[in-house]
Design a protein around this ligand. Structure first.
Ligand SMILES: NC(=O)CCC(=O)C(=O)O
Length: 275
């Protein structure tokens, strides 16, 4: 399976239509790949909290529709990254009506999954102040031409919460797709956690981060593809870059059979006892 991670660089001042034009061209340029992945909140600006109200989208709005058209044109499954999703007539439990929502599109441009970020980053500001928390674990079989792996969806800060990935593993996940806007200040934690989630769950991990500086926050880049042993198959630098990597889905069952660590799981009593 041929995968492209688009580590997008952006700065303040670029309009959503201009950035969308640029992203659509980058997706089109990935013809020949089976799965293309974009980063977190690239249209709204992940750390530009003040700008979000003017840049909200729906899952079938302009941004996702344009990316879907590009998916159709190149015949690839496209993870469109995430949007600041403000659906009509859905205020949410806290009345904010805004989610950090990622969208997966098939090769015909149809939406096949929507994941709303469960863990909101900001310690009382930003996401926890402005957004609702997602409540659903999302795992699905990837369709052709990216078929052969079952994928779990998560977003950026989620990476710090291993129980989400265990829940995805328990639903059959073999690959974790993680769009992100992870700053330089903590980029070593990003690199470490991508590998940790791969090793402890014996899964492929695709981490697609952001580059550049926006809202006075420097993004760390270092997008990476990690295999189920925790080996780094490819890693980006700190600027805009497309990582193009071939992965073999058969590696997951082969490695799990050869080194069956997951069969030795025991649940502490707090999680319901030893199994
Ligand atoms: N966009 C995010 O979720 C940022 C997460 C982050 O910076 C961290 O976990 O550190």
């Amino acid at each position: 399976m041929r995968i492209a991670l688009i580590q997008l660089e952006y700065a303040d001042g670029e309009s959503v239509p201009d950035r969308t034009d640029r992203v659509v061209e980058l997706v089109r340029a990935q013809a020949g790949h089976d799965l293309v992945v974009l980063p977190e909140m690239w249209s709204a600006g992940a750390f530009d909290y003040r700008g979000w109200p003017d840049r909200t989208q729906t899952v079938d709005g302009e941004v996702i529709s344009r990316v879907a058209q590009a998916a159709r044109e190149i015949g690839a499954v496209v993870h469109a990254g995430s949007i600041a999703e403000a659906p009509e007539n859905e205020p949410g439990p806290q009345g904010r009506g805004l989610w950090n929502t990622s969208v997966l599109l098939d090769a015909a441009g149809e939406r096949i999954a929507r994941y709303r970020k469960m863990h909101r980053f900001g310690f009382g500001n930003g996401e926890p102040r402005l957004m609702e928390a997602g409540e659903e674990v999302v795992v699905l079989d990837l369709p052709a031409p990216a078929n052969g792996l079952r994928a779990g969806l998560s977003t950026c800060y989620d990476l710090r919460f291993p129980e989400l990935y265990r829940a995805q593993l328990d639903q059959g996940a073999e690959l974790f797709v993680v769009p992100a806007a992870w700053p330089t200040a903590r980029v070593e934690a990003w690199r470490l956690l991508l590998r940790a989630r791969a090793v402890e769950n014996q899964c492929f991990v695709l981490g697609c981060n952001t580059a550049g500086t926006h809202a006075r926050t420097e993004m760390g880049g270092r997008s990476a593809v990690i295999d189920p042993r925790g080996e780094i198959l490819a890693e980006a630098g700190t600027g805009e870059e497309v990582l193009s990597v071939e992965i073999d889905p058969a590696v997951v069952p082969e490695f799990r059979e050869q080194f069956p660590v997951l069969a030795d799981r025991r649940l502490p009593p707090i999680f319901g006892g030893v199994s």
